[in-house]
Design a protein around this ligand. Structure first.
Ligand SMILES: *[C@@H]1O[C@H](CO)[C@@H](O)[C@H](O)[C@H]1NC(C)=O
Ligand SMILES: *[C@@H]1O[C@H](CO)[C@@H](O)[C@H](O)[C@H]1NC(C)=O
Length: 903
């Protein structure tokens, strides 16, 4: 009975939750999605022909035949990629047109490795690489992936594979077998521009079955939980990946928003495996999770509960392009994420200031406003690193120019900022004002740098400046021109301390279909916008990145983007776009950034305070307390909102925000170290609990995140609460120390009392967290400050942690190995520091204090031993109330190995 009641409840709920999607297409309104979604599971019409099999060391190639259109020649290629990854591609041989493959997502060509043929006959071919094995079955097409002998992924198990090939339009009365029941498909997709040959529908799809998987994560960007929901069973549209400027985006939604990263991870506590769908066209993804029972299967369960098996099905559907995917064999979530990152790259170590606090608003009115805001931060002892200027700084929305009245002396404004260690970020969007006399527009027309209409004329759309055209970043000459625009000679008023914000690059077109560019627009190389859409923002930020490298070759660039795609992390940070000053938007920023982190994009944040509307003061304070725990930390607000710089509020609010900001600044050494480890080891900076704790209890937790492996945060994102629930993983032997009170907790579920001052954050017992605790105005002033080490002991009284440091801004760490990377290890009452890499940096930073949480009893003092200082007796003190031990003034440089023994 209960079961039926639940099913009924779910059905009713789905009818009630109807979303207003006026501007944006549903699957039903998207011709190819409607067409492909109608496929029913069953015998696939696709067969492999193993009589013409071609096998070399690294590659298996076979002809693929759709028995409905046997004359069409498709080729399937399987390769093994270094690091336990397989790649499968299907393309047309001698098709009417070539099909698009993303140009920028991959960080170079994936390196192939050897495939061994284990067995072959006309029905089946088995190949292996390391511990992994692939079985290709000919009739019908099926590809099975095994880890050792465990089946982890089956392609085309439901027979929903599809590959619509380019062909001539069928004559009147003739049916096209690929689109039998949807003749309208031809009309919608008939591509008539400069092509002499028509194209017609060219969608692709493949279904993946993950036996034993319990959840699926991935597919950023959606305003949704980390764990993806079943779609069809819940009457939801598939998750859509199509970069769009969605005004006040919906939460709990599968709708597309600004970014698209087509990677999924099918996870269980025991095993994880991923699929990266390498395609830049509009993509929809259906999910089916066996836990989300539909009526038919729950009827079966009802009769025979033992029939229930656990699985996740994922089906990707894309409008055009080559069918190309990578299987990330795991076997853990951590290894699958690293495999994805090995394909698409990492964010290089950013400058330290980029990890500090950013203050933005649409708009700071003029240069005096900028100067005054900074002065007010200083008066109130609120740390601040970066001021931001939105579109109003320009002369009439013409990028690379300044409003000469409001910003008459940008050089002076910038030097005022940099004299106190601050930086400036200004916005540059990809739409260009169509105005005679604007150098950029005239150059772009003259040299043919714009995206075209299908008839070959320059495309015009409406954006901030009014009538605009869009730079075609697929054209190498455009990029070559564009990157030079950032030179200090051209972009007067900027300096080596001015960095760039690329917004509106989905691209946003106010009067375009779905607020973006029409799909039949044409890019360099003859590609339709349809083929390349999701890659446009990435191409834009590559241009900016090259520009900043050229302008300031000695400094690591900082770029913030809204639109993004797989691989964007190599060039830019991202934020979650135009969120709303609502508690739900504060809450969702964590699952959204966790999802991005698994999608390779660690440098993620959300507008603190919410972009639209006015947060009440409770929400604003909670947002600061939460925002300090996301990698990118910026406050931003819409032009129609009330001013909300933190110093404008009452003292108690300023004090709480100051406490939050100082916690962020104190942890900058940790964030910086994590970004180094992101660059060098491919680790995400922000991690879901499951990343380190393969426990059933954590699989759906996404209101809690790990910063590296040492800090656990569970931001308070509920209004007016006096308590919150938190789950601390690791079991009863695990130690977790509240990072404000140092209270010791063990693994388990807790209901904790909170007031407005409470940060629900913990240090993991077993970790050593490097901090800089001297309050400062900006991170620049902290470069030489000494460290305090927080040693949080585990149950065995041991702990370890790392620290990375360098000059915090240049490429010397790469070019000249000028950096220090330390391992701190505490065991047997002794803390040792050793160099992990044989490198050095002539720093003056030193160890000021060691704080030991959960210390042994009876300690009277400590002994420091280092080469330059010899043996030094140190004082210790024990705080009886908070139960921690302080070792005072070790005074030792971080450049030399040392040990501190408690005695
Ligand atoms: C720079 O600072 C000086 C001194 O406070 C001030 O007089 C000047 O107006 C500032 N410049 C700008 C452009 O805000
Ligand atoms: C820390 O030192 C102990 C004792 O020498 C050793 O067993 C342990 O592996 C070390 N930990 C790390 C992380 O190196």
């Amino acid at each position: 009975m209960a079961k039926w009641a639940i099913i009924l409840g779910v059905c009713l709920l789905n009818i009630v939750v109807a979303v207003d999607k006026n501007n944006f297409k549903s699957c039903e309104q998207s011709s190819f999605c409607r067409r492909l979604r109608k496929y029913q599971p069953g015998e696939s019409t696709y067969h492999l022909d193993f009589s013409a099999l071609h096998i070399t060391d690294n590659v298996v190639e076979a002809q693929l035949i759709n028995t409905q259109v046997p004359e069409v020649n498709l080729k399937l290629t399987l390769t093994a990629i270094i690091g336990n990854i397989f790649r499968v591609s299907v393309d047309e041989v001698n098709g009417l047109h070539s099909r698009y493959k993303p140009q920028f997502a991959l960080n170079g060509d994936p390196q192939e490795t050897k495939l061994e043929v284990v067995a072959r006959n006309l029905e089946q071919v088995t190949v292996s690489s390391g511990d992994s094995k692939v079985v290709l079955t000919a009739k019908p097409l099926k590809i099975e992936f095994y880890t050792k002998d465990k089946l982890v992924n089956v392609v085309n198990s439901k027979g929903l594979f599809a590959f619509e090939h380019y062909r001539n339009k069928p004559a009147e009365g003739e049916t096209d077998p690929q689109i039998q029941d949807d003749p309208g498909a031809w009309e919608e997709n008939f591509k008539s521009h400069h092509d002499t040959k028509p194209r017609g529908p060219s969608a692709i799809a493949a279904d993946f079955n993950f036996p034993n998987a319990e959840r699926v994560y991935g597919l950023p960007e959606h305003g949704d939980s980390l764990s993806l929901k079943s779609t069809q069973q819940n009457n939801l549209d598939p998750y859509r990946l199509y970069n769009l400027d969605v005004f006040e985006y919906e939460l709990d939604s599968t709708m597309a928003i600004y970014g698209a990263v087509p990677v999924v991870y099918a996870v269980s506590p025991q095993h994880s495996v991923g699929v990266f769908w390498h395609n830049a066209a509009e993509t929809w993804v259906d999910i089916k999770n066996s836990k989300d029972t539909d009526i038919i299967s729950s009827l079966v369960d009802f009769v025979n509960p033992s029939s229930k098996e656990t699985f996740v099905d994922v089906r990707f559907m894309s409008e055009s392009g080559v069918l190309d995917f990578f299987v990330l064999m795991g076997p853990t979530l951590k290894s699958a994420v690293k495999q994805y990152v090995s394909l698409t790259g990492v964010h290089g170590l950013p400058q330290l200031f980029t990890l500090a606090y950013h203050q933005s608003r649409w708009n700071y009115n003029d240069q005096d406003d900028v100067t005054t805001v900074v002065a007010n931060f200083d008066i109130h002892n609120l740390p601040l690193d970066v001021m931001w200027l939105d579109i109003e700084y320009t002369e009439g929305k013409k990028y690379f120019t300044w409003d000469h009245i409001k910003f008459s002396n940008p050089d002076n404004m910038v030097s005022n900022l940099t004299s106190t260690g601050r930086k400036l970020v200004v916005i540059i969007d990809p739409h260009i004002k169509r105005e005679g006399g604007y150098f950029l527009h005239e150059d772009a027309l003259k040299h043919d740098f714009y995206v075209k209409n299908k008839d070959g004329s320059v495309y015009e759309g409406w954006c901030w400046p009014g009538s605009s055209s869009y730079l075609d970043f697929y054209n190498p000459s455009t990029v070559d021109y564009y990157k030079k625009l950032y030179s200090l000679d051209n972009f007067k008023g900027t300096s080596h301390d001015v960095w760039i914000w690329n917004d509106m690059n989905e691209p946003s077109v106010f009067n375009g279909p779905e607020i973006t560019m029409p799909k039949d627009c044409v890019h360099y190389g003859g590609w339709e916008h349809r083929d390349v859409h999701n890659e446009y923002a990435l191409a834009h930020t590559i241009g900016t990145y090259q520009g900043l490298r050229l302008r300031s070759p000695h400094k690591r660039p900082f770029i913030l983007t809204r639109g993004h795609f797989a691989g964007s992390q190599r060039y830019t940070a991202m934020w979650t776009g135009d969120n709303d000053a609502k508690w739900s938007h504060l809450a969702v920023s964590f699952p959204m950034c966790l999802s991005e982190a698994l999608g390779g994009i660690s440098f993620c944040g959300a507008d603190v305070g919410g972009f639209f509307n006015n947060p009440d003061t409770e929400l604003l304070q909670r947002w600061y307390q939460a925002g300090i725990w996301l990698p990118f930390f910026r406050a931003h607000a819409h032009i129609d909102t009330k001013r909300r710089e933190p110093y404008l509020f009452s003292d108690d609010i300023i004090n709480r925000i100051r406490t939050a900001l100082r916690l962020r600044y104190a942890h900058l050494p940790l964030w910086y170290t994590l970004f180094w480890e992101h660059e060098t080891q491919g680790e995400p900076v922000l991690r879901p609990l499951l990343y380190h704790y393969p426990e059933k209890e954590v699989i759906d937790i996404d209101n809690t995140a790990l910063i590296g492996n040492s800090v656990l945060v569970r931001p308070v994102s509920e209004p007016g609460v006096t308590s919150v629930e938190v789950y601390l993983p690791g079991g009863s032997n695990a130690n977790w120390y509240d990072l404000s009170t140092f209270t010791l907790y063990h693994g388990g579920s807790y209901k904790l009392s909170v007031d407005l001052d409470t940060h629900v954050a913990f240090y993991r017992g077993g970790s050593i967290i490097p901090r800089k605790d001297r309050p400062r105005r900006s991170s620049t002033i902290m470069h030489r400050d000494p460290f305090t080490l927080y040693v949080a002991l585990d149950n065995e009284k041991t702990a370890s942690g790392t620290l990375y440091l360098d000059d915090y801004e240049s490429y010397e760490y790469k070019n000249a190995k000028k950096y220090i990377y330390l391992l701190f290890n505490y065991s047997n009452n002794k803390l040792t520091s050793s160099l992990l890499d044989k490198t050095d940096y002539p720093t003056e930073e030193w160890i000021e204090k060691v704080v030991i949480l959960g210390p042994p009893a009876g300690i009277k003092g400590a002994k420091l031993i280092s080469k330059s200082l010899g043996t030094v007796d140190l004082e210790t003190s024990y705080d009886k109330q908070m139960k921690y031990l302080t070792v005072r003034k070790p005074g030792v440089s971080v450049r030399e190995p040392f040990s501190i023994e408690l005695v």
